[in-house]
Design a protein. Sequence first.
Lengths: 276, 296, 410
Amino acid sequence: MSTLVNEPEGGSRLAERVSDAALAVYIALFVIFLLAPIVIVVMTSFTPGETVAVSLDGMSLRWYRRFLEYRPFTDSLITSLMIAALATVFAILFAVPAALGIATSRSRLANAVTSFLLSPIAVPPLVVGLSSLYYLSELGIGNSFVALLITHTCVSVPYVLRTTIAACRNLDPRFGEAASVLGASAWQRFAHVTLPLISPGVFAGALFSVLISLDNLGVSYFFGSATTTTLPVVMLSYLQNQFDPSIAAISTVQMLIAIVLLVVVEKIYGLRAINN
Amino acid sequence: MNTLANPLRAAPRRRFWISPRVVLCAPALIVLALFFGMPLYENALRSVGISAIPGAHSAFTLSYYHKLFTDPYYVGIIFETLKMSIWTTFWCLIAGYPVAYFMVRRAGRMAGPLLFVLIMPLLTSIIMRTFGWSVLLGRHGLVNNALMLLGAIEQPLRMTQGPAIVYVGNVHVMVSFMVLSIIPVLRSVDPRLEESARALGAGALRAFLLVTLPLSVDGIITGCLIVFMIINGSFIGALLLGGGSVVTLPLLIFQQFSQAQDMGFASAMGNLLLIVVLICLYVQGRLTGHHAETRA
Amino acid sequence: MKFGKLTNWKKRHAMFQSANSISGAAAGADAPATPLRSQPLSLEGVSKRFGTITALESLSLDVRAGELVALLGPSGCGKTTTLRLIAGFDYPDTGAIRIAGRDVTNVPSNKRGLGMVFQNYSLFPHLTVAENIAFGLRMAGVPKRDRAPHVARMLDLIRLPGFGDRRIAQMSGGQQQRVALARAIVTNPSVLLLDEPLGALDKNLREGMQFELKSLQHKLGITSVMVTHDQEEALTMSDRVVVMNQGRILQSGTPRDVYDRPRTRFVAEFLGAANILPFSVARGEQGWLDIAVGAPHGDARVTCRVAHALPAPLGAGASGELAVRPEKLRFGAPRDGEIAFDGVIQARVFRGSQHAYRVDVPSLKQTFSVYEQSNSTAALEPGHAVSVSIGQDDLVVLEAEPNERDGATR
């Protein structure tokens, strides 16, 4: 490990080994703790029986079929995906220019603007949803797809903004200078150098935005209507009313979508983008 | 990013010069102000009785807050909310710090896979995770089956509904945030500092407590505040795992909304949650800023 | 608009053709002075302040066609600021910058027709080698088909044929350096700027690249300005060295000039080792001084006559300093035109090609540095008494530093 001036006596070296082993055991237990519920749900989704439990009798896809047949599930999944995608696109359109404007300034004003634009992350989704519903109802667009989209966009902006600002700040200014000497106008600098080099950060933020939006219950809860119910809302009411393994099936599907997105972003841009 | 000076600085300024930065930030600012800031502002107004709807009855009143802070039922709920947030934060810290320490100091090649395991739960829906606990601990769940197999119990235990399981569920959901907040700060603590303390005679535990732990306080504060803020506003755990035994403010808002209660009171509850968040953000700003100064 | 950009590029290309026909020989004091307007680059009275710090103070500099000028000085001397002003990354507070006769003082950097090699190359990591090289052409609106032959020509020139599709991360430091150079010159810039171009390379690689860079520049005849803090690099590669300190130009001349005849003590000591000897004037005329070498009230002073290039001769009784390079000192009895001092060898260090001696000279109460080729004479041992001889022509009369000089007049 390291060379110490005073070599530990035999007893304390043993204590070190024991504590290292204890830590390793703890970590193993922790991993099991983290993954157990997830694994359980995935396994439950394949149960052929009616009870919500892991079955040892064999596997069946009946609950996945149930999920595909049950209109509210499929409709709300499509709604969720559309909202997530559109909200993320709008969030990118708003957040990327804002990040470009903010990233290079350290002034108090810039910090204040940044704090404000990042604040939707901190406010409880329930409060956002509630306030937004009342407000948009007053404006006449309450309880519609547009209203839901607007609210989700507001909540998505911080995720894209945060990673994009980090990417902008990590960008070496000398690339811009090199491009300029080579004749690039400000717009060309942006399009050919800045944008390609910050796009890993933008897409990492977009990934967060999509995932958060898909899972966002608090915001969507208040906008329930035929066209505007999202998957989490439907799942919750189903859980409270019917409680069968089809919830496990949908959850597994949702998880797979998230993993696929993660893998896609990682393949294109590398894990670094997400770590940042 | 832009180190190129503006040539128009040398030329005479036009009359309506708008900095390009302002133009870039404007769309985001306008949208968020209109559709995020305004709703919250109106919510705050509604909580004191001032309605934004033209023509509706509007009179300043603190009656909603009065009810909230004096009616023992609601006061109890507020305490329950705070209690849950604080305990969840505490257990996340206790459970999460060793994980962060392991990741930074001991993991080596395992750091990558371990990071994946940490992030994995964040990819799944909160419903899935919470649901998973109720399955795991259900009457036909794995734990009960294992215990019965071992002969420890005759009948399956009722474990799925109750305060303890709510905490377990909450900690499960939030501990990754705690760990991910602590890791970067812990990483910046030079391991040689702890080694120097040991070379000077301190035992391993003392060296950790006196050197590493204080230097990682920033990460601890950030993690605790994040966990506290998010749990304070969440209700899924209490809803699905509590079975009515844990009633928090967010859960109350959720449940009461469908019963068409008066808007003012709901707004007051929501506004209270918002104020707690603002306090947390302020505290975080002051504490982490202060630490950065004293270390410089 | 695309057509206009194309014309711009072709204009530069035409300029390159004519520049090629001009001999790229080093411009020395004997070259005919070319009129200011047609020179590739000139700075007039440029000054720049950052807050309370004056980075450049009324700097004037002319760079002749085809020459490689090195801006040399310690960190903070203003050389990088000067380069950035020429590039257009920042704008001077006063003064003018002219490129190819055109006043570009307020022209943004993308319209100045320059090329630049950055210290860490700043090659675009998301583009291939060929795309990096073609970038300037692409910005100028040259269509894809027409870009390819130029890129191929460049790759041949830098001896990396076929490397076009490689990623930047796959290239070694030396290769990246060459790609950065190719990227800068493919657009036929009027002036090439180099910011510590070899700073990131290993020592072994650096020497080879010095020759390569210089020969390429010479062959293409591109007017170049190089910033460096490495005196050896400046002396090796440049046609003219401009020594800067504290925002001012202290001396400008050929490497030989600046090395053998430094104007001030700073220049003398920055460009290599120098022995500094005090003297007092017996009689002074334009062009020469009768002096006594040594401290004013020392004993056994040696007298001689030295040439000087001071703007005004020093009067009788005035004092000053001389500089003489260690390799110009010789062990042995003085010959005609030489003066000598008695000394005792204190220490000797073997430096590969030469021996470096420290010789204690009691009459001057100082120590000389003397370099002798290691194969020429047998090494002398410490403690050995010697006579150190110096040619009078090798004594350089130093001017006072600019601060001291201007003190009274400001």
